[in-house]
Design a binder for this molecule. Sequence first.
Ligand SMILES: O=C(O)[C@H]1O[C@H](OP(=O)(O)OP(=O)(O)OC[C@H]2O[C@@H](n3ccc(=O)[nH]c3=O)[C@H](O)[C@@H]2O)[C@H](O)[C@@H](O)[C@@H]1O
Length: 432
Amino acid sequence: MRTATEDLFPSTPGKVKIERTHAINRQFHRCFASTSTMFLWALVLLALTAFYLSFQSFMDSSTRYFSTPWGGLHWEKQVRASCQTRRPGGLTVLVTGAAGFVGTHVSLALKKRGDGLVGLDNFNSYYDPSLKKARKAILARHGMFVIEGDINDARLLAKLFDIVAFTHVMHLAAQAGVRYAIENPASYVQSNVAGLVTLLEACRSANPQPSVVWASSSSVYGLNEKVPFSELDRTDRPASLYAATKKAGEEITHTYNHIYGLSITGLRFFTVYGPWGRPDMAYFSFTRNILQGKRITVYRGKDHTDLARDFTYIDDIVKGCVASLDTSGKSTGSGGKKKGPAPYRIFNLGNTSPVTVPDLVGILEKHLKVKAKRNVVEMPGNGDVPFTHANISLAQKELGYKPTTDLQTGLKKFVKWYQSYYGYHRGKAALN
Ligand SMILES: O=C(O)[C@H]1O[C@H](OP(=O)(O)OP(=O)(O)OC[C@H]2O[C@@H](n3ccc(=O)[nH]c3=O)[C@H](O)[C@@H]2O)[C@H](O)[C@@H](O)[C@@H]1O
């Protein structure tokens, strides 16, 4: 009789061998079966992960594609319609920063005389985007289409140049504001340097190449003390990163003029103000605070001298911009190749009569009929310059530029608009 032990450990070695081999085989098969199952599962898991990842990336790219705020037949039709000229010899202009302060005014002036134009603006939130939307609505009422897009979007720019043969580009999109550069330096590089290069790349590749008129700034004079500031004065000592990026823009545009034959006109604007202006600027924020009974901060120089600016009214700036477009001269390149020298110009567009900041406040008090509560503090070292003063003889000679609005008159118009727009009393907004 076989014992349980013998069953487990039989005495015949061969049998044992066979039985053990079978047992090993069984174990091996069991083991193999479970490994292959695991392997299969791993494969399934891998396949699922790969499917999930590619599905996600497909969704991402398709979402990006479908959510692109531009493109499509209807969009192209809008662009073409907006660019239709309505006078013989009318210009066809791409206006960047079209929903900005200067962009809106220049666009309206061009549209009203029958030029064809389309606008580009990224509607960023540097200041209240609802003001930009309101400006866009006015332009729309005048038949101008403003695309929500960025100058850094090379595909969008290429598409626009594909659809329209622009004769001119009025480049006003920028990160503005002198003191904000301390808080957000990258935004200045992104718009004023990278964005500018992307735009110039599109311009130099275009066929025909457009002439480019763009906004530089009085801030390029930086620590210059020679007054009034002339275009021949030093501009190699900027006091702010903003100024440095505008100066960089002047050098960058020069390169594109030199290599590709792009016609370039850079305009050094001097503290532009007026209706539909920029809420970040002193005259605008002072008005808001004075009307709300809040204190305003008035900066002054280290030795208690008042700061001064050559405040320039928007209508005068518009005339300078339009004259620059009209006299720009042609770009000479085609297919990215220069065919000959093209114009490279820089002009001061100022008012030639600086006013101190305390005097600016005094004028606002008079128009608002409210006394300002002032805090007078020493100018912080954040990029400000003590004064600006434009010599405009070159612009006078070449563009017929002649500013006609003094600060009293210009601020009166601004205050009227401000009170109307923000509902301080009944009235019609200046641009409507
Ligand atoms: O002409 C230019 O190049 C520049 O003009 C303005 O820059 P800024 O002249 O500094 O204009 P505001 O910011 O309106 O300041 C005007 C004056 O008011 C002073 N200020 C500003 C703000 C404030 O709270 N208190 C104050 O006294 C400033 O120091 C400055 O002297 C624009 O903001 C820039 O985008 C433009 O490029």
